[in-house]
Each structure stands twice: as C-alpha cells, then as structure tokens.
Design a protein around this ligand. Structure first.
Ligand SMILES: Cc1cc2nc3c(=O)[nH]c(=O)nc-3n(C[C@H](O)[C@H](O)[C@H](O)COP(=O)(O)OP(=O)(O)OC[C@H]3O[C@@H](n4cnc5c(N)ncnc54)[C@H](O)[C@@H]3O)c2cc1C
Length: 513
C-alpha cells in the first residue's frame, strides 16, 4: 500500500519487522528482497509519490517536484551542484539507467577494509538477479543519439577505449527525457519494479514521511519517528511513529548521513563524502545534431579509468571516465558561464552542441556535517592528484570532439575557454578551469558517508551492514559503499544492499516470526 503523507489526515502509527528509511536504489532492493521472503516491511521516503502520468518532460517541473532541495543544493561554497532525488524510488527516478558492475580493483580495495565478501564471486548472484529484474542490457544502436555516435567516432579515431553502456530499461522508445522521470514506464527504476512488489505483498510505503528520530531501547534501534510533510511547502502537517525489530538506513549518502549525524554520536559519519565530480565540456559542430533523443549516455569512455602514476607517485594520467551528456536546455543554460548577449549567442547554438561529462574517481573525498546552526552542509574541492584528473579529462574530451569534427570546443568556465586545435588544447586548458566556482560542476554519485568495514575506528557499520555501536541499525545504500566505484554506482549499491538483505535474512530469519 502507498500512503501519501501529504494527503493523510492525522498522525500515523505502524509496526513492522523492518522499517526502511529511503526508497531508492539501496532501500528498494533491500525491502523487495526481505518482503519476498515474508518479512513485514515499512518503507519511508521524505519525498513525494509520482507516477508516469506526473512526469511532464519539463525540466523545471521535475526539478521542483523531486530534486533534493528543489534542485538548489550545493556544497558550502557553491562549487558543486548536488544532484539527487527526493521521491519514492529515490534517485533511480531520474537516473539515466547506466548499470555497471563494480570493477574488480574496487572490490579488492574494499576487501582491504575487512569486507571479505566483496569478491566477484560473492556479488555475482546479486548482480545476476538485479540485471535480470531490471532488464539490463547493452544499449542497442537505435538508442544512440548523434552526440553518442560522434563521441564514439572520436574515440575510434584516436584509439581511446569506450563501449556501449549496459542500460536499465525495457522497450525504451528513446524519447530523451529520462532524467525528468520516465513518462512511459520503460526505465526500470525502483518506482516501477521493487516498490510496487513490496506494496502488493502488504508492505506499507509512506511518501512525504521524513524520518527524524531513531527510537532506541536499551541502546538498540527499535524504530523511527518523524514528520508527514505537506508536499507543496515541505512543512510538517502530521507525525508518524514506526516500531520495528530492525531499522535500515537507506536515505542515500547525503540523507543517511544527515539522519545519523542528528541521532548518533559517531566520528565516522560524513567524514568521507564521495561524489565523482562532474565537469562538462561542450563542442560546437556547426550543424544541427540530435543530442537529446535516444538515451543520454549510450556510450561510455573508459580508456582513462585507471590512474597511472610513476615510481615517485607523480600523476601520469587517468583516474576518470567520461559519459556522454544529456543536454536539456535548462541544464545547458545553467552550465554555461556567459551572461547577457554572450550567453544568448551560445544558447543560440544549442541544437548543434555535443557534450561530455567527467566521472572523476576522486582520491580525496569531501565531507558532510551538521553545523551548530542545525543545517546540514557538504564540502568538496578537487585537490592534489584530482586536479590533474579533471584537467586531463577536459583536454581529452576536447581531443575526442575535435577528432569527430567539432568546429570549437568550449570549456564552460568563467574565462570563456575555447579550443579549435591540438595546440590550443595544450595552451588553453589548465588548472584555472577547475578552481572553485570557475565553472559549473556537479556531483551525483554520492557514496561513503557511513561506510562498512571491520574497524569501528574507521567505519560506521560492520561488514554485514549493522552499525558497530547500535545493534539493530543497518545501513544499505550509497552511504555504506566505502569509496568511489569509479563508474556509475547504482548497480553496485543495489548489489551491496541485496547482499546485506541476504545476510539479515540468514541471521535473523523473518524478524517478527
Ligand atoms: C541525474 C542523475 C542521473 C544518474 N544516472 C545514473 C546512472 O545512469 N547510473 C547510475 O549507476 N547512477 C546514476 N545516478 C546516481 C544514482 O541514481 C544514485 O547513485 C543511486 O540512486 C543512489 O542510491 P541510494 O539508495 O544511495 O539513494 P537514493 O536512490 O538517492 O535514495 C535515497 C532516498 O532516501 C530518501 N531519504 C533521505 N533521507 C530521508 C529521511 N530522513 N527520511 C525519509 N526518506 C529519506 C530520499 O528522499 C531518497 O528518495 C544518477 C544520479 C542523477 C542525479
């Protein structure tokens, strides 16, 4: 049953075997696994409940309706726009559906934190099950838009490795508006996969229900209380209390960390905040190209994923991937640094632009905290080796576009950097473009704020996902993943959540039984 807090009259009391805070990639996957095995599940999401018919294919409608902080969240110095959803289905409602398994080198790194099950073999059954459930398949040629085709052409000309992405959709018609909610129910977000199943099995899914206080009994997590929100104002209009044998935090790396910081004394929460900084590069092809229809990212450039350093540890290249970028008009306008007539002139070329975006595999994470004034804050700044990764990304993105026939490549920084040939790539693109606020940059892969690990001094939860210091409290979302995946992380988050769910079921049985 879906209960919309914004319409609900009066307060709510409920009881379940497990209450799951957050209904996105992690929360949806875990709740589905447990409810299928007979657990009585309650799910909570602070955002609204929307269906296909609510998705208007208009950027401004979607941003206001279901982006975190209505699309206006950023790090403290506004250097990075924080792009995440708050709605039933979480960020999978606006994700692009790129679905990669975590590379083996990442699993090896995470085993170093004492998470022995981070192996290709242990995770394979979870990846297999999720891929089958979400219809994940390699993107077919018909979903490549021209931006994707040109990027592939540039890579092939330069011998740079890239591939069609595995994508989570079934019979996609390629309308191009995936980021603003799928109007045709073809993108297999949690909204149309796990959540309806949990609901059909008798689980209660509360939208507009912000979890605020953890109920503790004798030091053990026993449920959660919070506010039912009026969707139009975000103001409380009622309260809820859910008692449960187990509590699972799955509010995303931002939401989970904020909730935990407000409830738990723990030095680890928020200390590391990964976001895979996204920088943008545009290319003017001087002719109309279709950059919207199809799917945003049918092609990924992965030839620079591995970081290369010399014997002295100096940067020699890599440490990032590139995604073909979705260029809806509002996003394009917001990311260009010009103002007035210069901005109008650039936007006049909107239909002839290609675009690439970076996924910087950051070595130096940011952090997240709740200030003395009670507000949650985030900070990140590319620094050290990550600066080199960002600069190299821009140079190589420019080379790919030039090799594909672009007339000009734009680095959308405040300097108005333009390059037209290889000499200008080296001459014009440099560190100044990645200085804070020099260009619109963003993050959307939030990870690592309440990480798993065997060392209570360096991790929030044990390798099973249960908090070191609070029995009965689990974490099963991006917050639990101990670092950057180096690629889009949603499939990895789902597999980690499913593994945690399997362990809960094995150890606890059906909790209420
Ligand atoms: C535009 C965009 C495109 C993306 N494309 C891709 C892609 O193609 N492939 C990919 O792998 N990844 C992609 N991502 C990232 C991916 O969507 C996220 O990494 C993933 O969904 C995170 O899963 P999660 O479970 O950690 O959190 P989420 O899916 O974000 O879910 C968290 C949920 O918890 C809720 N919540 C938070 N706090 C509370 C609280 N106190 N009480 C109640 N509810 C709460 C939130 O409202 C939210 O709905 C994209 C992200 C964006 C923004």
């Amino acid at each position: 049953m879906i209960i919309q807090g914004t319409h609900h009259a009066g307060d709510v009391r409920d009881r379940a075997d497990v209450v799951v805070i957050g209904t996105g990639a992690g929360g949806g996957t875990l709740a589905d696994y447990l409810s299928e095995r007979g657990w009585d599940v309650v799910m909570l999401d602070r955002g609204g409940f929307f269906r296909a018919e609510d998705f208007t294919q208009r950027e401004q409608d979607a941003m206001v309706a279901f982006n975190g902080r209505r699309g206006l969240d950023s790090t403290v110095d506004n250097a990075y726009f924080l792009n995440y959803a708050e709605c039933v289905g979480g960020s999978t409602v606006h994700y692009w559906g790129d679905s990669f398994r975590a590379p083996a080198d990442r699993l090896e790194r995470w085993r170093g934190f004492g998470i022995d099950w981070m192996t290709v073999g242990d995770l394979a059954p979870h990846f297999d099950a999720i891929e089958a459930d979400l219809g994940i398949h390699v993107c077919p040629e018909r979903l490549f838009n021209e931006n994707n085709r040109l990027v592939r052409q540039g890579c092939e000309a330069l011998g740079i490795a890239g591939d069609a992405v595995p994508t989570a959709r079934v019979d996609c018609i390629g309308c191009g508006w995936t980021q603003y909610g799928c109007t045709y129910n073809r993108k297999t977000s949690q909204l149309i996969t796990t959540i309806p199943r949990v609901s059909r099995r008798g689980g209660r899914v509360y939208s507009d229900a912000r979890a605020e206080r953890l109920i503790l009994e004798g030091g053990r997590a026993r449920g959660v209380t919070g506010s039912l929100l009026d969707r139009s104002t975000d103001r409380p209009r009622g309260t809820f209390r859910v008692d449960a044998d187990l509590v699972v935090m799955a509010g995303g790396a931002i939401g989970s960390a904020e909730f935990l910081l407000r409830n738990v004394e723990d030095p680890i929460v928020g200390r590391r905040f990964y976001m895979n900084p996204h920088y943008f590069v545009y290319a003017d092809f001087g002719r109309e190209i279709d950059n919207v229809t199809g799917i945003p990212c049918a092609y990924e450039v992965h030839g620079f994923r591995e970081l290369r350093t010399d014997a002295d540890g100096r940067y020699r290249g890599g440490g990032y991937t590139m995604l073909c970028n979705h260029q809806s008009p509002g996003v394009t306008a917001a990311t260009l640094s010009e103002i007035g007539a210069a901005h109008r002139e650039r936007m006049g070329k909107y239909r002839q632009l290609g675009s690439l975006m970076s996924v910087i595999d950051e070595s130096n994470p940011g952090r997240l905290w709740v200030g003395d004034d009670g507000h949650r804050r985030t900070w990140q700044r590319v620094r050290g080796v990550d600066v080199h990764k960002a600069v190299e990304f821009m140079k190589n993105a420019a080379r790919i576009f030039l090799a594909a026939g672009a007339r000009e490549v734009w680095i959308p920084d405040v300097w108005g950097t333009v390059v037209r040939d290889e000499a200008e790539v080296e001459e014009n693109i440099g560190i100044r473009s990645v200085m804070p606020n020099a260009q619109f940059a963003a993050g959307s892969h939030f990870l690592g704020t309440a990480p798993l690990g065997s060392d209570p001094e360096d991790s929030f939860a044990d390798p099973h996902g249960e908090a070191h210091r609070i029995p009965g409290l689990y974490v099963a979302d991006g917050a639990a993943v101990p670092g950057s995946v180096s690629k889009d992380p949603s499939l990895t988050i789902m597999a980690v959540a499913r593994h945690i769910a399997a362990g809960m079921h094995e150890r606890e049985g059906r909790a209420g039984a």
